[in-house]
Design a protein around this ligand. Structure first.
Ligand SMILES: NC(=O)c1ccc[n+]([C@@H]2O[C@H](COP(=O)([O-])OP(=O)(O)OC[C@H]3O[C@@H](n4cnc5c(N)ncnc54)[C@H](O)[C@@H]3O)[C@@H](O)[C@H]2O)c1
Length: 334
């Protein structure tokens, strides 16, 4: 389970290891937008070494991993080094994996700066880097993670990135907390970043789910709601070179999947779909065969049946629902 601290907590922890080298890993956007705030608030970091990489998912790579390890060796970072990740999920995933593997593990602290990283990427003990074009192929689970959660960083985040994170909050509310769903509806989505209660609720909900299935064997799969179609949409967009964020793909995935949730009333389905359509562009699926090709290559497919997470009601989901190709064709054409 993650330990959540603030700037003061981080400063206190770092201060205790007085003679250790401090290394901040960040990308050029968090260098420009977040570093001054972090160093201003966490005095122990005033002499930290900075390792800056280019932003973008393509840099969560083995090549970047190797470059950073090389830098750590060259600057004589030893077993006592304290690593600080300052960034979105790309940086926190990469830095956590470096921290877990460099010299068999060094102390690593995550400072998430996107909404998605605060409520999702840093929660749940997983970290990974991509291998070539395949996402999250090399990684591990990390038992103890310390997160410095400071929503002040969200002030410089674009509206698009806020909505990207909101899609995952919406998903977690739909599968596990009807009250959170109502709260989301009552708030202006772009002001959600000012509502720390929503952020903390979303974190607690994910932690509760992860605690029941830390190694992602069964129950935790409810977090994949909307992802069977969402992942395929993401891959299709990537192949075409289209700019589609993960949360945006998940929003469309949830939108389509709602029509498979036969236990939901029409009214409830429409209420959720209306909200999604108001804030996200629903990805049109012109090439149905291509969608199935990507869904077939996904581990959620067995014997030509597709494995879906479905909602029983808002706040309650079930896993391992087998859905046929014909059923999917109907909801896509609707
Ligand atoms: N480990 C997990 O369980 C888990 C779960 C979900 C997602 N992830 C990973 O998270 C990554 C996506 O994370 P993300 O959506 O945060 O993307 P990201 O880290 O790429 O950040 C998005 C963009 O926002 C910029 N940025 C970050 N903070 C900023 C700030 N405060 N102000 C202005 N710009 C800022 C970044 O430089 C980047 O350009 C993916 O690699 C995904 O695989 C991991």
């Amino acid at each position: 389970m993650e330990r959540i601290i603030d700037f003061i907590g981080l400063n206190n922890i770092l201060r205790r290891k007085k003679n250790s080298q401090k290394v901040i890993i960040l990308d050029s956007n968090t260098y420009d937008n977040c570093l001054a705030t972090l160093i201003g608030e966490v005095e122990s970091l005033c002499d930290a070494q900075i390792i800056e990489i280019d932003p973008g998912e393509e840099n969560k790579s083995l090549e970047t991993y190797t470059t950073i390890i090389q830098t750590l060796i060259e600057q004589s970072s030893d077993k006592n080094t304290q690593l600080i990740a300052l960034g979105g999920g790309m940086i926190t995933d990469l830095a956590l994996f470096i921290g877990a593997t460099y010299k068999r593990g060094i102390d690593t602290y995550l400072v998430p700066t996107t909404l998605l990283a605060m409520i999702d990427a840093t929660i749940g003990g997983k970290c990974a880097i991509n291998f070539g074009e395949v996402k999250n192929q090399i990684g591990t689970f990390v038992k103890k993670i310390t997160i410095c959660l400071e929503p002040v960083f969200l002030e410089t985040l674009s509206e698009r990135q806020i909505l990207n994170g909101l899609a995952e909050i919406l998903k977690i509310a739909l599968v596990s907390d009807a009250n959170l769903f109502e709260t989301i509806l009552q708030n202006d989505p772009l002001r959600i970043v000012n509502n720390e209660e929503i952020i903390h609720n979303a974190i607690k909900l994910k932690q509760t789910i992860v605690k029941q299935d830390p190694f992602d064997k069964n129950y935790r799969h409810i977090l994949n709601f909307g992802h069977t179609i969402g992942h395929a949409l993401e891959s299709m967009a990537m192949k075409k070179g289209e700019d589609l964020l993960h949360g945006e793909a998940v929003a469309s995935g949830v939108y389509y999947t709602l029509d498979l949730c036969n236990n939901l009333s029409k009214e409830t389905t429409n209420k959720i779909k209306q909200y999604i359509a108001q804030y996200y562009t629903i990805q049109q699926i012109d090439n149905v065969q291509e969608l199935f090709n990507y869904m077939n290559s996904d581990k959620k497919t067995i014997n030509n049946e597709y494995n879906f997470v479905l909602l029983e009601e808002i706040g309650k989901a079930t896993i391992n629902n087998k859905i046929s190709r014909e059923q999917i064709e109907v909801i896509i054409k609707n």
